[in-house]
Write a protein that binds this ligand. Structure first.
Ligand code: SF4
Length: 409
C-alpha cells in the first residue's frame, strides 16, 4: 500500500488505533503486571480527552475508521457515566463518515448489570483477562491482599453470557498452563467461552518473565497450541476463534505481494495517551517505561503540544531510526519476516536491550512457533481432487517452508 506524503515528501502518519489510559489504577495486583503506576488513582481530565480528539480529528492522520482501546489500568474502576460522557463528546467532535469503535480490556471483576447495559448500548468490544481454571488463574491474578480473583472474574463472564454480550478472553499462559491444554480447553468449553486469545507471560518493563526463563518455552507453546487446536477441531462449535491460529493463517495464506502491516513499527499507527495527556507511539507499553538510553518514550503532552509536530521531536526521530534499523535487520536475517514484519519494539528493548536487534523469546514463541504450527498443518492437507500430489502451499509463507519441513518446535 502506497503511503501518503506531505508537501515536504515525508510519509503522513496514519492512526489506526488509539490506546487511552483513563486511569493508571488497577483494583487487583497480578504477579506479572508491568504497569508502573497501578497504585495511582489519577483520572484523565475531560479537557485532556477533548484536546486529544480535537487534535486527532484535525490531524489528517485518519482514514475512514479508528479503534479506541480503553486500557493500561483497569478501565472499569471509573463509573459508566465517565464513558458515556466521553463517547458523546467523541461523537460530537468526529468528522462525518469516520467510524469509531470502542474496546475495553478488563479483568472482569467489576462487571455488573449497569456495565452490561452500557456495553450493549454502545456496542463495546469486551475482552476479559482470565488465565484458565481457578487453580491456574489464582496463581497470578490476585487482589492486593493476595487472594485469588477467579470467582469475581468468572461471575463477570457468566453475566456477559447471560446478557448475550459478545466478548473474548485473553489468557496469559504460564509454564503450568501450557502443560495442560486439555484442562484449559475443557474450562473454556464448560464456561461457554468461544473466543480465546493467548499471551505468553513476557518480559516487559521491570517484569522478568518466569516462563521465558525456561529454555523450552517455545517448544511448550507449540505443543500447547497444537493440542488446543486439535481439540477445537475435534469438537466443533465449542471454540470458534483462537486468535493465534487465525492470525497465523491470515499471514501465511495471503497473496505473495500483499504487504504485511506491522502497526507496532509504523509511527503513530498505534498512538497511546496516558491519563495526564502524554503521548507515545509504537508498542503501547512504552508509554509508562523509562530507560537509561532514551530516558522515556514520550513525544509530548496533548494539553500543551501540537500532535502534528510530534514527528519532529528528537526522541521520536531517534526511536524511529532505531526501530526501523531493527526492522531492517529482521528483514535481512529472519525467514519469518514476511509473516511478522519485524516484531514488537518493546520486547526487543526488554530482552535484547536495544530496538536495533532481531530475535526475542517473545517472537520465537508468538511468531515463529505459531507459524510453524500452521505450516505443518497445511503440509498435512491431503492432495487435492485435481490429482496433485503436493499440498498447495500458501504464498505468503516464510521461504524455508517451501524448501524443507517446518520445524516441529
Ligand atoms: S520473528 Fe523475530 S526475528 Fe523474525 S522478523 Fe519477527 S521479530 Fe524479527
Amino acid at each position: 500500500m502506497a503511503k501518503r506524503a506531505d508537501a515536504a515528501g515525508c510519509a503522513v502518519p496514519r492512526i489506526e488505533l488509539l490506546v487511552i489510559q483513563p486511569t493508571p489504577f488497577c483494583n487487583i495486583e497480578c504477579r506479572y503486571c508491568y504497569l508502573p503506576e497501578r497504585n495511582s488513582k489519577a483520572v484523565v481530565a475531560p479537557e485532556t480527552l477533548v484536546n486529544l480528539f480535537s487534535q486527532v480529528f484535525a490531524s489528517g492522520w485518519l482514514h475512514d475508521c479508528v479503534s479506541i482501546v480503553w486500557h493500561a489500568g483497569e478501565p472499569m474502576v471509573l463509573p459508566v457515566a465517565f464513558y458515556r460522557d466521553a463517547f458523546r463528546m467523541i461523537d460530537r467532535t468526529k468528522p462525518g463518515g469516520l467510524t469509531v469503535t470502542h474496546s475495553f480490556q478488563t479483568n472482569g471483576t467489576l462487571i455488573d448489570e449497569a456495565w452490561c447495559d452500557f456495553f450493549a448500548e454502545e456496542r463495546v468490544n469486551v475482552g476479559v483477562s482470565i488465565d484458565g481454571p481457578k487453580r491456574l488463574h489464582d496463581r497470578n491474578r490476585l487482589t492486593r491482599s493476595g487472594r485469588g480473583t477467579f470467582d469475581k472474574t468468572i461471575r463477570g463472564i457468566r453475566l456477559l453470557r447471560r446478557r448475550e454480550i459478545p466478548f473474548h478472553v485473553i489468557s496469559v499462559l504460564s509454564v503450568a498452563s501450557m502443560a495442560v491444554p486439555s484442562e484449559m480447553f475443557d474450562f473454556y468449553a464448560e464456561e461457554g467461552i468461544e473466543r480465546v486469545c493467548f499471551n505468553v507471560e513476557e518480559s516487559e518493563g521491570d517484569h522478568v518473565s518466569q516462563s521465558f526463563a525456561d529454555g523450552e518455552v517455545d517448544a511448550a507453546y507449540y505443543r500447547f497450541l497444537s493440542e488446543f487446536w486439535r481439540l477445537s477441531s475435534a469438537m466443533p462449535g465449542k471454540i470458534k476463534f483462537i486468535r493465534e491460529i487465525e492470525h497465523a493463517l491470515q499471514q501465511v495464506i495471503r497473496p505473495k505481494d500483499a504487504p504485511f502491516n506491522n502497526q507496532l513499527v509504523e509511527p503513530f499507527a498505534i498512538t497511546s495517551m496516558d491519563w495526564a495527556g502524554n503521548i507515545s507511539t509504537f508498542s503501547p507499553e512504552l508509554l509508562g517505561l523509562k530507560n537509561a538510553q532514551y530516558g522515556d518514550f514520550l513525544l509530548g503532552n496533548i494539553n500543551r503540544d501540537a500532535l502534528v509536530e510530534m514527528p519532529q521531536r528528537l526522541n521520536f526521530v531517534r526511536m524511529t531510526k532505531d526501530i526501523q534499523a531493527g526492522v531492517a535487520m529482521c528483514r535481512e536475517r529472519c525467514e519469518y519476516f514476511s509473516v511478522c514484519g519485524g516484531g514488537e519494539p518493546v520486547n526487543k528493548l526488554a530482552e535484547n536491550g536495544s530496538f536495533v536487534s532481531t530475535e526475542t523469546t517473545y517472537c520465537r514463541v508468538t511468531k515463529m512457533r505459531a507459524t510453524d504450527l500452521v505450516l505443518n498443518a497445511l503440509e498435512r492437507v491431503p492432495p487435492s481432487s485435481s490429482g496433485r500430489t503436493e499440498p498447495s502451499l500458501p504464498l505468503g509463507m516464510p521461504a524455508h517452508a517451501r524448501d524443507q519441513p517446518a520445524r516441529s518446535g
